[in-house]
Design a protein around this ligand. Structure first.
Ligand SMILES: Cc1ncc(C[n+]2csc(CCOP(=O)(O)OP(=O)(O)O)c2C)c(N)n1
Ligand SMILES: C=C(O[C@H]1C=C[C@H](C(=O)CCC(=O)O)[C@@H](C(=O)O)[C@@H]1O)C(=O)O
Ligand SMILES: [Mg+2]
Length: 584
């Protein structure tokens, strides 16, 4: 392989190793200093490019795509605050273990700290939030430099998709000429072919295999003894992409007799496995109340995935004297009530499958029955509010109205909590996603549209009004990335979640500084970005609008005008009704 100049040679080597490492889509934001990367990726036959006009939405788009696919979607930007705009998504990707690869173009070393234009300190720009950082050397048409570059690209993709997955940052300095302008003698004609062109088209310079830890037979035997008890729980929290595997976890539940308390983002709340798996989904509506106060404690709790969305569940678990085993393939200490008794460093899916082979305890039927009876009472209460307008009811209607299969993205604040409490366990193949790594309300639109780019499913986003405000310009991806979604905005004119907090009692400044009503009309956002728009003010009206949207091509916004306080009151009423059904 030759090239008109060293920058083009360098960019082409990077593009080639990305493609050979399995990358299929790259998000590019416009800039000059990144020209060698942009031109090389754009011209590569096996790389599809998404042109994302701003870097903040680009990064969340790539994050969403990676959440849905489990594959890294590299990002390319120029130097300066462009690179800084990736940071929010890097924080989320780090905490939620989502693969991300940031290629930030930079000025050459002598221009750094010189007052040169658009030149900032990009050295470890994202701090420790990345799995690996490297400031690449300047492009050099030399054999070892090119072999090193190719190795670095393979290492970057492998580390981003590794254990745990997460963001990798490569800083890529270039000096002019940045365009593929011929520079006489810049690239030797006799470059070593392996360095100049890499291996064959389908083979990365370095292949990577393996990486998931597992227990030996002795540890498995000890664990199986620990788990052979009458009263146990499997608590599946928000999972690393692409979600927990229902099959081994179901087998583990059958072998132990433990119910599965499945967070809506665990990959276990929805799907065909729920026909046979003991999945409990309504726990947020009854745990840590008078209902469970009367119950005996679980003896063992097996924690899979991250900390559950449900604060009542977290508090319930913290209040028991159970032996709590946190299972994590990265060996991270993710249990913020500090009541874990064991950290089991193993791949959760594989461990559940192995334990299912050796455990035959079956558990106590009475214990499972307690959870199943409470579950039924919770959903009966929720059904009683089937025609009342409240935020949780809208989320329940979305779940009921989703096609099979479907991808559902929920925003932080109340939408994810309402999916937890009102997202009925069901057999539809619903992939539910949310940014619970750092629980930001930013970048949610872009996350959803990025997820849409990674699936053929119909995609629905349920988002609050403040969260939509945060990322309205992310709607541009509908046209530019040619993706579709139904955006359900639950508009309670501010931060409804703050009504759940003690600050509600301090007025002022509650409304002015916390709820922050804004009076925004979102219809023009639909006009600006080419989405349909409808506004509804009843459950029936929403169901009709949502069903109609599902029958139409294209993307649209359905705005539900709803009151946050009455929504909280109805949530509390339904919980009281459940407790009344269960407690004598
Ligand atoms: C980037 C960011 N800023 C601020 C917060 C704090 N916060 C959490 S929830 C919330 C209000 C969200 O309002 P909305 O999206 O309308 O959802 P609602 O509470 O009404 O359901 C805020 C400001 C956050 N989590 N992330
Ligand atoms: C607004 C912020 O987010 C906080 C809002 C509510 C959470 C909470 O405690 C509500 C009760 C519940 O989760 O059921 C709070 C939390 O999770 O601790 C969030 O941090 C904020 O600015 O943090
Ligand atoms: Mg709101």
């Amino acid at each position: 392989m030759t090239a008109p100049n060293r920058n083009t040679l360098w960019g082409r080597a990077i593009a080639a190793e990305l493609a050979r490492s399995g990358v299929r889509t790259v998000c590019i934001s416009p800039g000059s200093r990144s020209t060698p990367l942009t031109v090389a990726v754009d011209e590569h036959d096996d790389l599809r490019t998404i042109s994302a006009l701003d870097e903040r939405t680009a990064a969340y788009f790539a994050l969403g795509r990676a959440r849905r696919t489990g594959e890294v979607t590299p990002l390319i930007c120029t130097s300066g605050t462009a690179a800084a705009n990736y940071h929010p998504a890097v924080v989320e990707a780090n905490q939620a273990r989502v693969p991300l690869l940031l290629l930030t173009a930079d000025r050459p070393p002598e221009l750094r700290d010189s007052g040169a234009n658009q030149t900032v300190d990009q050295e470890k720009l994202y701090g420790d939030a990345v799995r690996w950082y490297k400031d690449l050397p300047e492009p050099a048409p030399r054999e070892r430099a090119l072999r090193s570059l190719r190795t670095d690209i393979c290492r970057a993709v492998g580390t981003a998709e590794g254990t745990p997955a997460g963001p990798v940052h490569l800083n890529v300095p270039f000096r002019k000429p940045l365009e593929p302008t011929p520079v006489e003698g810049d690239v030797p004609a006799d470059l070593d072919p392996l360095a100049a062109a890499g291996r064959d088209e389908d083979t990365p310079f370095v292949r990577r295999t393996g990486g998931e830890p597992q227990l030996d037979d002795r540890d498995l035997r000890k664990l199986s003894e620990t788990l052979s008890v009458d009263r146990g729980l499997i608590v599946a929290g928000p999972a690393d992409p692409p979600g927990l595997d229902p099959e081994p976890v179901t087998a583990f539940a059958h072998a132990t007799g433990f119910p599965i308390l499945a967070d809506p983002l665990s990959g276990l709340r929805f799907g065909g496995h729920s026909r046979v798996a003991p999945v409990i989904g309504g726990y947020d509506g009854f745990v840590n109340t008078e209902v469970t106060a009367e119950w005996p404690d679980p003896e063992v709790v097996v924690r899979l995935g991250a900390s559950p969305t449900s604060k009542p569940l977290r508090k319930y678990l913290a209040g028991t004297d159970a032996r709590q085993l946190v299972v994590d393939h990265a060996g991270a200490w993710r249990e913020a009530e500090f009541t874990a008794t064991d950290l089991v460093v193993a791949d959760p899916d594989r461990l559940c499958g192995q334990l299912a082979q050796v455990i035959r305890s079956g558990g106590a039927a009475g214990w499972r029955n307690r959870w199943e009876t409470a579950e039924a009472a919770h959903w009966e209460a929720a059904d009683d509010a089937d025609d009342r307008l409240y935020e949780g009811g809208i989320v329940a209607d979305v779940v009921a109205g989703l096609p099979d299969p479907a991808t559902l993205v929920v925003s932080n604040s109340m939408p994810v909590r309402d999916l937890d409490r009102f997202g009925t366990v069901g057999t539809k193949s619903i992939t539910a996603l949310g940014n619970r790594g750092a629980s930001g309300i930013d970048g949610i639109v872009s996350t959803a549209l990025g997820a849409a780019h990674g699936t053929t499913d119909d995609v629905t986003l349920v988002i609050g009004d403040l969260a939509l405000y945060h990322d309205m310009n992310g709607l541009l991806a509908v046209g530019r990335a040619e993706v579709d979604a139904t955006v359900v905005v639950i508009n309670n004119d501010g931060g409804g979640i703050f009504h759940k907090l003690p600050i509600e009692d301090f007025e002022p400044p509650f409304t002015r500084q916390f709820k922050t009503p804004h009076g925004l009309d979102f219809e023009p956002a639909g006009d600006l970005y080419g989405l349909g728009f409808s506004r509804v003010e009843s459950r029936e009206g929403f169901r009709e609008a949502y069903a109609a949207a599902g029958d139409r091509e294209g993307s649209e916004i359905i705005e539900v005008a709803v009151d946050a306080e009455s929504s909280h009151e109805i949530r509390d009423e339904l919980q009281a009704e459940t407790v009344e059904r269960l407690v004598d």
